[in-house]
Design a binder for this molecule. Structure first.
Ligand SMILES: Nc1ncnc2c1ncn2[C@@H]1O[C@H](COP(=O)(O)OP(=O)(O)O)[C@@H](O)[C@H]1O
Ligand SMILES: [Mg+2]
Length: 144
């Protein structure tokens, strides 16, 4: 999927929010500045979050408990060791959607059932979105 500008990337995130369910994990890979947080902002905004959606690159975890479904926005860029992952308590959030930037910091196979999205730089500001789709996402991605 080609995303022509930041608004298009946010719109893709917003569209994904309409098919997400509690317990889903969505990973967002790709280089710095490619639009992972922009995508997450669209997703969280579509669930009627009011207010800012700061990048969790410093906090690592930014929960949005009041949303339906609740969302935990996670950025593992600053994770120094896989063992730090346990301290974040991410496995205790079965009723929320996990949106994870820099999932590779957690190791190869931390979320085998995740919808694994990857963003890359295309020409003229475009971004290219690709997905690895597990069985639990069939019929939900690509967008119906
Ligand atoms: N097609 C696009 N999709 C998303 N962001 C874009 C696009 N074109 C330009 N941008 C810009 O790229 C930057 C993406 O930043 P951000 O979402 O924080 O990236 P990341 O979280 O991947 O590091 C923003 O400054 C945004 O305005
Ligand atoms: Mg980011």
């Amino acid at each position: 999927m080609n995303l022509e500008d930041e608004a298009a990337t946010a719109a893709a995130g917003a569209r994904l929010a309409t098919v997400a369910r509690p317990g889903d994990v969505i990973t967002l890979s790709g280089p710095l500045g490619v639009g992972k947080t922009a995508f997450a902002r669209g997703f969280i905004g579509a669930l009627r979050h009011e207010g800012e959606v700061p990048s969790p690159s410093f906090s690592i975890v930014q929960p949005y408990e009041q949303l339906e479904p609740p969302v935990w926005h996670v950025d593992l860029y600053r994770l120094e060791d896989e063992s730090e992952l346990d301290e974040l308590g991410l496995d205790s959030v079965a009723d929320a959607v996990l949106l994870v930037e820099w999932p590779d910091r957690a190791g190869e196979n931390a979320w085998p059932d995740a919808l694994a999205l990857a963003l890359d730089f295309g020409e003229k500001g475009y971004r290219i979105l690709t997905a690895k789709v597990p069985p639990s996402w069939e019929g939900r991605w690509p967008f119906p």
